[in-house]
Write a protein that binds this ligand. Structure first.
Ligand SMILES: NC(=O)c1ccc[n+]([C@@H]2O[C@H](COP(=O)([O-])OP(=O)(O)OC[C@H]3O[C@@H](n4cnc5c(N)ncnc54)[C@H](OP(=O)(O)O)[C@@H]3O)[C@@H](O)[C@H]2O)c1
Length: 339
């Protein structure tokens, strides 16, 4: 199987290469591509592979192309690959909300893949982490309304975001003047910034819209009442979310806790807390601080519909690269693609 990774030198692309190796995918040839060739070689299975600029020619023989080079690169190269029957697994937003294109996270909606599908957008990183947890609640007690506030890491804005945070942290330690922010709309070091993506005329950000629309699509709940506020925090990697939700049916913390404990791809913390630093580098979605708003009222202790929880996941892995590779694994397992 000839595999190409467009954007192989970026935060997501580099992680895709690692995860392909870690999970022992049956890759014959791996082609690391970027926008330019002036990059250190990419290491795969102990070999150093030169990076080439992406082009139609470089992608001509690839059976599977992972895109992690931004929306423009996906929109430019994906159509020709699909035209000749190749598989496209795309981390950009270019095709996510297109009608008839499934938005697959194998743990959440793997059964939505059909043999004819060749285009697989990978959903927004926060939406993947959120949908992984909400899917368990939907199946255990039905899902009513969801309110979420996110706490998103600097590397969610790619290598440049991480480098900007590091430069600002150094400036703080050296007691220098704050560097002018470039990637983020305000200085992120020792701060929180309530804007992820671009602001629209109604006051919502592009990230908040993606979280709501893409989570609804993954859960097959187009009318789910889901509201998000997305906030950037000075964390390197792993996104967190404080989630308040109502179930459709009355239920208990114990029932939801059992469902989470049995949930595929979920690590449930029945007590205590979990933080982004602890989950960085892992593939699970972590759920902690599950609690009921109504347990303070003894007369409601048999069941209620109002709950809160804390959800954390590594957005470069589960929120992007691991899910992308798991889509390929799913195609191979179902026999929709042969190695
Ligand atoms: N960071 C995250 O947490 C995250 C999570 C989910 C999805 N995503 C999505 O994944 C994609 C990559 O994000 P990232 O954070 O990894 O960005 P990044 O760290 O900035 O890396 C971008 C990569 O794409 C390459 N590239 C840029 N323009 C290109 C072009 N026209 N043709 C070919 N390669 C090109 C870059 O190579 P050069 O250096 O040579 O330009 C680099 O290898 C984006 O669509 C992003 O929305 C990111």
């Amino acid at each position: 199987m000839d595999v190409a990774v467009v954007g192989a030198t970026g935060a997501v692309g580099e992680t895709i290469v690692h995860v392909l190796e870690e999970r022992k995918l049956p890759v014959g040839t791996l082609r690391p591509l970027a926008s330019r060739s002036q990059h250190a070689a990419v290491r795969f299975r102990g070999r150093a592979l030169d990076v080439h600029p992406a082009s139609t020619e470089q992608l001509r023989d690839a059976d599977v192309v992972f895109f992690a080079g931004g929306e423009d690169a996906s929109a430019l190269y994906a159509p020709a690959i699909l035209e000749r029957g190749g598989v496209v697994i795309d981390n950009s937003p270019a095709f996510r909300m297109r009608d008839g294109v499934p938005l697959i996270v194998p743990d959440v909606n793997g059964d939505a893949v059909s043999a004819a599908d060749r285009l697989f957008p990978v959903a927004n990183c926060t939406a993947i982490i959120l949908a992984s947890a909400l899917r368990v609640i939907r199946d255990a007690a039905g899902l009513g309304s969801v309110w979420v506030a996110t706490y998103q890491a600097a590397s969610g804005a790619g290598r440049a975001g991480l480098e900007e945070l590091e430069a600002q942290e150094r400036a703080v330690l050296d007691e220098l003047a704050d560097p002018t922010p470039g990637v983020f709309p305000r200085v992120l070091a020792r701060n929180v910034v309530p804007q992820v993506g671009t602001l629209d005329s109604l006051g919502w950000t592009s990230e908040e819209r993606k979280i709501c629309e893409e989570t609804r699509k993954m859960l097959s709940m187009p009318h789910l009442k889901l509201r998000a506020t997305a906030v950037r925090v000075p964390v390197r990697t792993a996104h967190s979310a404080a989630v308040v939700f109502e179930t459709r049916d009355e239920t208990t913390v114990a029932h939801l806790a059992d469902a989470f404990a049995a949930g595929s791809g979920i690590v449930f913390h029945a007590s205590g807390i979990v933080t982004p630093r602890e989950v960085e580098g892992g593939d699970a979605v972590h759920v902690a601080r599950l609690r009921s708003f109504d347990e303070v009222y003894p007369e409601r202790s048999r069941g209620t519909t109002a709950f809160a929880m804390w959800v954390v996941g590594d957005q470069l892995r589960k929120g992007a690269a691991t899910t992308a590779v798991q889509i390929l694994e799913l195609l191979l397992a179902k026999g929709y693609l042969t190695a």
